[in-house]
Design a protein around this ligand. Sequence first.
Ligand SMILES: NC(=O)c1ccc[n+]([C@@H]2O[C@H](COP(=O)([O-])OP(=O)(O)OC[C@H]3O[C@@H](n4cnc5c(N)ncnc54)[C@H](OP(=O)(O)O)[C@@H]3O)[C@@H](O)[C@H]2O)c1
Length: 259
Amino acid sequence: MTIPTVPLPGGGAMPLLGFGTWQIQGPKAYEAVRDALEAGYRHLDTATMYGNEAEVGRALKNSGVPRDEVFVTTKLPPQRAGHERATLDASLKALGVGAVDLWLIHWPPNRGRSVAVWREFVLARDEGRARAIGVSNYGVDEIDELTAATGVPPAVNQIRFGPSLYDPKLVTQHRERGVVVEGYSPFKTTNLHDPVLTRIAAAHGVDPARVVLRWHIQREIVVIPKSITPERITSNAAVDGFTLTDDEMAAIDGLSRAR
Ligand SMILES: NC(=O)c1ccc[n+]([C@@H]2O[C@H](COP(=O)([O-])OP(=O)(O)OC[C@H]3O[C@@H](n4cnc5c(N)ncnc54)[C@H](OP(=O)(O)O)[C@@H]3O)[C@@H](O)[C@H]2O)c1
């Protein structure tokens, strides 16, 4: 399986498909991440808040997949503003890695503390403890505030995304700023029984979930589906054996309620 990547500003590349781990903890998290790596995912999305970094790290280590072949993202909870260094240290220790590939501010912190947090992120990147830094759940104005204050734009903004939320203008605004869009909750935001998706899925002999993932990849939006079901973990990874036509892409764009 070949998973396409998107270049990150400042170097490196991010696989367009990753494995989401929210609401998976303990042995289930370990098993799911082992299954995901076995199925071919080479990108894992976790967060301090998910309480599963140790299981993600253990699964990565025991998988036998070399560390440098897996893109690992974690996130700082906004309540940890002012404690950035200790929080990243704890993440690195739990994950058992010397650096993460991407460290995100999980949500904008309160009381205008975003710029101060971002300065700590820039420091962590400069020190090599996070290879790339970004944000999550930020608006374009909030991104501009960080860039104006530091000269360093976030490499990525991870936002709730899916065909129903597709807003080409918002995607363009990110691209104009050199910010990669990463979408989360691709299935929770989608009616997988929608006739547009079932028709296209049948035409390619795949399930609607894979059509949704393939649509993200062809739009160059990073997508990070979560599953604890081994068959789904495997089938969600099989997104490279078919290509959606321009008409099919446009039909899926048409599911958007965001325009
Ligand atoms: N930055 C943020 O604030 C933020 C917020 C939310 C999520 N995220 C990240 O994004 C990841 C994905 O989002 P998410 O977990 O909210 O939701 P999601 O990936 O959209 O949906 C997960 C749900 O879809 C089901 N599912 C998985 N594969 C399926 C398939 N092939 N067919 C039908 N149903 C399927 C899963 O069931 P089973 O597990 O039972 O198979 C689970 O109930 C998270 O895990 C997390 O890493 C980030």
